[in-house]
Design a protein around this ligand. Structure first.
Ligand SMILES: *Cc1c(COP(=O)(O)O)cnc(C)c1O
Length: 455
């Protein structure tokens, strides 16, 4: 059959409040034209993030009633540990309340002011946790990964030659090498198995452990199955196992590919590091068998990990993201290619050439999507990255709007509605105004800045 259906039925529903354009004009003005300031109840389709926004299954909700809330040695922990180890065969598995807690604990152990940590592209919390120790974070994604229209099948790959050259001169300053699968900050692009293997070979030559930032490991494994020679007939769970067989540890946000609303973990093979990590964990997260989570959360993760590697789920997931991306491309909306796993990224600089970068074309498109359809996306451009440490402003490399798709939450008709909103906008893009910032905090301004449209 050509139609790829949502491989689930809906048992519990959450009403969406439908607003009118007039209401939204008032609401966005009250939010100072910043979508982060809106009440979620005033949003019709929320594509702000895929993090922690998944719909859980009836089995996950059932598992929550079975949560063992014992302080130490909870049976839910052992079910969680077994589910993780079934896919990621690490010796030590340490639960945390989310991904950044795993990052903070790991960096506290391995990094200091002299350290440098390479990655394909560091996610912003990973970079921040590295820099908080005084260490440096460097990105080494392949050149193709920086070009939004290049169709390379694995644009998340690490530039292995650059990594080797870098380690020749700096190995003693590099405590770990990281690889982010899929590469979130680089457009959600996958990393090939061949690349993971080669990065591991280089790491071995310099005796440096390889740690995967594995938030979207299942989407990455499915792209390997679809696009890499030799994997078409392999079970996704086995592809996942092979990916992790090349690593010495991982950090994980369960809010992504574990299909839950909160959670994460740190996994390591090294016993000394693991002991230090557990000591750190007790200081800020909790006892090693719950680590900042309730027993019921551990149950939901254990079940989520079984569901995320099912092929019918992944086929639907990747097809539904591609469905939105292809429809936008067909109507001439420039989109980052190939379409990634968890989000569609629109190139607002090309779509709105009349708005200069420092009048924020991404913000202009994001506001218009809200006005037209109550859709909330996220600007990833000069609002987010334009402010320099010395207070000056420079245009970002790209002016993107990210539409991140929550897992199992929206149906095809929701996506058709989003597509119709774009059809309504593309005929009058030249009417969209640029924006000016009227108020901003010193750091991370995109969350709280106030904007005004320019006449
Ligand atoms: C979300 C994310 C993190 C951080 O995880 P949180 O659960 O949000 O703390 C780290 N790395 C990547 C690639 C992510 O997408």
């Amino acid at each position: 059959m050509k139609t790829i259906i949502e491989p689930f039925r809906i048992k519990s529903v959450e009403p969406i409040r439908l607003t009118t354009r007039d209401e939204r004009e008032q609401l966005i003005r009250e939010a100072h034209f910043n979508l982060f300031n809106l009440d979620a109840a005033d949003v019709i389709i929320d594509f702000l993030t895929d993090s922690g926004t998944s719909a859980m299954s009836s089995k996950q909700w059932g598992g929550m009633m079975e949560g063992d809330e014992s302080y130490a040695g909870s049976s839910s922990y052992f079910r969680f540990e077994a589910a993780v180890r079934d896919l990621m065969p690490f010796r030590h598995i340490i639960p945390t309340h989310q991904g950044r807690a795993a990052e903070r604990i790991l960096m506290g152990i391995v990094a200091d002011a002299e350290s440098i940590i390479p990655n394909n592209t560091h996610f912003d919390t990973t970079r921040a946790n590295i820099e908080a120790t005084g260490a440096k974070a460097v990105d080494m994604v392949i050149e193709e990964g920086k070009d939004p229209s290049n169709e390379h099948p694995f644009k998340g790959n690490m530039d292995v030659a650059a990594l080797r050259d870098f380690l020749e001169g700096n190995a003693e300053r590099v405590p770990i090498v990281m690889l982010t699968v899929t590469n979130n900050s680089g457009g959600g692009q996958p990393v090939s198995m061949a690349n993971i293997r080669k990065v591991k070979e280089v790491c071995d030559a310099f005796e440096i452990p390889l740690i995967l930032d594995a938030c979207r490991f299942a989407e990455n494994a499915y792209f390997i199955k679809l696009r890499e020679e030799g994997y078409a007939d392999m079970d996704v769970a086995d592809i996942v196992r092979e990916m992790f067989s090349h690593a010495d540890g991982m950090t994980m946000s369960a809010k992504k590919d574990a299909l839950v609303n909160i959670g994460g973990w740190l996994a390591l093979n090294d016993a000394t590091w693991a002991e230090e990590a557990r000591n750190q964990l007790i200081l800020t997260e909790g006892f090693p068998t719950y680590g900042g989570l309730a027993g019921r959360d551990l149950e939901a993760i254990a079940q989520g990990l079984k569901e995320i590697v099912r092929e019918e789920y992944l086929a639907y997931r990747i097809a539904s993201t591609r469905y939105l991306g292809r429809a936008l491309l067909e109507m001439g909306v420039p989109v980052v290619r190939p379409i990634g796993g968890h989000a569609v990224y629109i190139d607002a600089k090309s779509l709105l050439p009349h708005i200069p970068p420092l009048q924020y074309p991404g913000q202009a498109l994001a506001v218009e999507l809200y006005l037209t359809g109550g859709i909330r996306g996220c600007e990833i451009g000069s609002v987010m990255f334009g402010k320099q440490p010395d207070g000056s402003e420079e245009p970002a490399a790209m002016e993107l709007v990210r539409l991140a798709i929550p897992r199992r939450v929206y149906t095809q008709s929701h996506v058709d509605y989003v597509i119709e909103c774009f059809e309504e906008i593309v005929g009058r893009t030249d009417e969209l105004p640029g924006y000016t910032i009227t108020h901003e905090p010193r750091q991370l301004r995109h969350f709280t800045a106030h904007f005004e449209p320019i006449d």
